[in-house]
Design a protein around this ligand. Structure first.
Ligand SMILES: [Zn+2]
Length: 373
């Protein structure tokens, strides 16, 4: 039985990015409440563990001192005339808000706690649902991300001499992580995402395969809008298990953004909740020490369900489909899995399949030779 830890405390869901901002931290609270309603924290192989704030020193393993200090100042409402230098803007993706330094440090600290849980052997898998800020760069904010909890954690792991496989299933390309380790063969970076032709951040083409010693260690699998469960899972199976088998990582780090769902308002991939759960089951089947973090997901009727399914996959539990009554009464969600899927024209679906086949074939030609697959 796999020992699992869920990293959460209600303070991770208390801040407001901006009242009309699509990133709503309450989605974390709704996820926690749904898991609790299912009794997830009473299972013998499950523990609820509180996050902590990362220190400025811990952040500086990836972020520049200048950026860390700027975020501290902006968080106190000072020096705001410089915010544009770091890609903050009141009406943009990355608004400054009071207490943002502490909120961002808690997201990073939660991922470091997850790392500790797994490294100590207390858990085989630890899930920091409040992490997953894969777009943040060393010196600027990007795509709702202030500090890159994943890059900070992976730097700490690499410093300990470990080989890390990073798998990113968010609908958006994991550009911040890729950039942070683009020249490294210690970190295998795999991202499945909607093609940057239509979606932020615009990167993540198959040809981005790394540089120097890192050549072949950035693996990008762009998918077309309207890609459904069957095509997504097929593409995943073609690429991920073999690369992981060859790379033999000491540790798996996965970004589990759930904005691939067909109801997500920001993206155009068309997975169902159960399709997403299948992907997480495949990650579990890779059977490595595993640090999991959250990520995107902007449809409030979807995110608690998909992350509940994800934690179930970590625990090895298939939750019953009927959502416990008290949760249903409070939030009006009655079924855990989707009763209906997306309605997609078969010609569009077939075109999405061809795009996936092209991406996979191209990627196998460019990347697999580096791994002697
Ligand atoms: Zn995303």
């Amino acid at each position: 039985m796999r020992q699992a830890a869920f990293i959460y405390d209600k303070q991770v869901s208390q801040h407001v990015v901006r009242t009309d901002h699509v990133m709503r931290p309450t989605r974390l609270q709704f996820t926690y409440e749904l898991l609790e309603a299912y009794g997830a924290f009473k299972l013998p192989n499950s523990r609820l563990v509180a996050p902590r704030h990362a220190t400025a020193e811990e952040l500086r393993i990836f972020h520049t001192p200048r950026y860390v200090e700027a975020v501290q100042r902006f968080s106190r409402g000072e020096g705001l005339e410089e915010q544009g230098e770091y890609n903050f803007a009141d009406d943009g993706d990355n608004p400054v808000y009071p207490g943002m330094y502490e909120a961002a440090c808690l997201a990073v600290g939660g991922t470091l706690v997850a790392v500790d849980e797994v490294r100590s052997g207390r858990a085989r898998v630890a899930f920091n649902v409040a992490g997953g800020y894969h777009h943040a760069a060393s010196e600027y904010a990007s795509g709702f991300c202030i500090f890159n909890d994943i890059a900070v954690a992976v730097h700490h792991l690499v410093k300990q001499g470990l080989r890390v496989a990073y798998i990113d299933i968010d609908a958006h390309h994991g550009d911040g992580l890729q950039d942070a380790f683009y020249g490294s063969d210690r970190v295998l970076k795999i991202s499945l995402h909607e093609t940057g032709r239509y979606l932020f951040p615009g990167t993540g083409q198959v040809e981005e395969i790394g540089t120097g010693p890192g050549l072949g260690y950035s693996v990008n699998l762009p998918l077309a809008p309207h890609t459904t469960d069957d095509t997504y899972l097929w593409a995943f199976d073609q690429v991920v298990p073999e690369l992981i088998e060859c790379f033999k990582p000491d540790l798996l780090v996965t970004q589990l953004g759930t904005d691939t769902h067909y109801k997500d308002p920001l993206t155009h991939l068309c997975l169902t909740a159960q399709g997403y759960a299948e992907v997480v089951k495949r990650l579990a089947a890779l059977d490595r020490p595993w640090v999991a973090v959250g990520g995107g997901g902007y449809e409030m009727s979807v995110v608690p369900r998909t992350w509940t399914l994800a934690y179930g996959a970590m625990l090895g539990v298939d939750w019953p489909d009927e959502i416990p009554h008290e949760y249903w009464e409070k939030y009006g969600i009655s079924l855990l899995r989707d009763a209906e899927g997306p309605n997609i024209d078969p010609a569009v679906s077939a075109a999405a399949r061809r795009t996936a086949e092209d991406s996979v074939a191209h990627l196998k030609r460019l990347v697999f030779p580096f791994h002697r697959v």
